[in-house]
Structures are given as C-alpha cells and as structure tokens.
Design a protein around this ligand. Structure first.
Ligand code: NI
Length: 257
C-alpha cells in the first residue's frame, strides 16, 4: 500500500519512529508521500530512512501556516518543486475552520501553488476545511487542462466529488471514511474507486478503531478494509487499485526496493 499523505517527519514521531515504520511495513505499507507544512518541513523529511519503505518529499505551505506571504515565496516554491526529489506541491488549500482572518492570503497562496504545480507538472495536494465551494471555484479558475492532484481527506458531497473528478483530481481517502456518524462512507460509495488513493494524514485523524489516538501509517489498513467493504472488493484488490492510482498520479511505477 502507498500512504499518499503522512506527516511522519513531525516531532510526534521522534521518540518511536523506528517502531512506527516497522509496524507500517508489517501492515503492508511500502511507500509514504510526505506533504510539507512549511518550508522547514523539508529539513525534517531528509532525516528519514528505512530499508524497506520509500519516502517521497513534497514542498508547500499549509493554509494554517499562511500568515503572510513573503515577496519571494513563489520563486522559492518554484525552485524547490522543480527539484527531482520533490514529488508534489503542497499541502496547500483553504481552511476556514480555525480562522477566516487570512482568507485572502490563503487564496493567494493556493493560486501560487496551482501555478507552480502546472509549471513543474507535479500533483498538487489540497487541504480543505469548511471552504469547499471557494476551493473548487479557485481550482476551476486555475484549471487549463494541465493541473492535477489530490483532494486530500475528501469530505465533500457526491456532486462536489464529481466536480473534482471532472477537473482531473483524485480523492484522498483517509480515516474519516471509517467514522460512524460522518456519512463520508456513503458519499464515497457513489464515487469511482479508480480515482481514489489511500492516505493517513498521520499523526491526525486516526481511523476507527484507533480514533482519538495518534495516527500512523500502519492504521491505513483500517481505511483500506473500509473501502473493501464499501466496494465489495478484497483487501488485495483495494491495495492494487489504489496503489496503481497513486503510481499513475505521481508519474512512475517503481516503488518497490
Ligand atoms: Ni496533512
């Protein structure tokens, strides 16, 4: 399995990262894509190593880290994202839950990430909270046929999901699909698994039965099992389909060591 969204480089894992990686491997995780929170995240990512798990870095500025954009931000982001070892642009997006004080700056930042993603032709990773309409409108404005990526932690309606798919996006399916009262499982059931990828968002949003605990890549097996139940597929089929989707999206097929 491929965890397409994991902040495994954060300090929440400093004490037992080796054990966390071992459990991930035992659960069948072979590759982990790491979205950035800010520009310092890259330094933390570089310290990671495991003999049997591949780590892939991404560069960007989380909407909750956007207070003000420095003048040279777009140029800096472009330089970073053009590097061969950077596999995606993000995470970026709009988050109106914590604060709506910085909405304009968040939008400006998302536009910058879209422009850079189109230029470097790498997937953009989009975070969205209480901002779906604005997020989809902005993506539509930016879409010239060359923008693609993941709607991370998909939590929209069926229509919103379809709109994202029509714009060439994949849906990142994480722990919330396992939550009893969320209704995300019913929405996901109406959308094609051929455009879904698995993710954890570790250390956040642990799936049931680990809800409320620190999330880690090994827990993705619960999310995968939920997709298997929803689509009446075996766990192996869910693994194969979502792995192929992630490989296609990130533009290469060689994950295995
Ligand atoms: Ni995240």
């Amino acid at each position: 399995m491929i965890d397409t969204h994991s902040h495994i480089y954060l300090e929440q894992f400093d004490e037992d990262r080796g054990d966390v990686m071992q459990r991930a491997r035992e659960a069948g995780v072979e590759a982990i894509f790491m979205p950035a929170i800010d520009l310092d995240s890259l330094e933390q990512m570089k310290k990671l190593h495991h003999d049997e798990i591949s780590f892939y870095e991404m560069a960007g500025l989380h909407p909750c880290s956007v207070k003000e954009l420095e003048g040279g931000f777009e140029a800096t982001l472009r330089t970073l994202c053009a590097r061969e070892e950077i596999y995606g642009v993000g995470e970026t997006g709009l988050d109106y839950y914590w604060s709506t004080d910085h909405v304009d700056v968040q939008k400006q930042s998302l536009q910058i990430h879209c422009r850079v993603a189109k230029e470097v032709q790498k997937p953009i990773i989009i975070h969205n909270r209480e901002s779906t309409a604005d997020m989809l409108d902005l993506i539509e404005e930016q879409q010239d046929g060359s923008l693609f990526g993941i709607w991370h932690c998909f939590n929209g309606t069926v229509d919103e999901g379809k709109r994202a798919l029509d714009m060439g996006f994949h849906l990142g399916i994480g722990g919330v699909v396992t939550f009893k009262n969320g209704g995300v499982d019913k929405t996901v059931a109406e959308l094609p698994i051929e455009h879904m990828v698995l993710e954890t968002d570790a250390p956040y949003l642990s799936p049931t039965p680990k809800r409320g605990k620190r999330n880690e890549p090994a827990f993705m097996k619960y999310t995968a099992q939920k997709l298997a139940d929803i689509f009446e597929l075996s766990l192996e089929e869910v693994d194969r389909i979502t792995t192929e989707n992630a490989e296609r999206l990130f533009g290469f097929n060689q994950y295995r060591n």
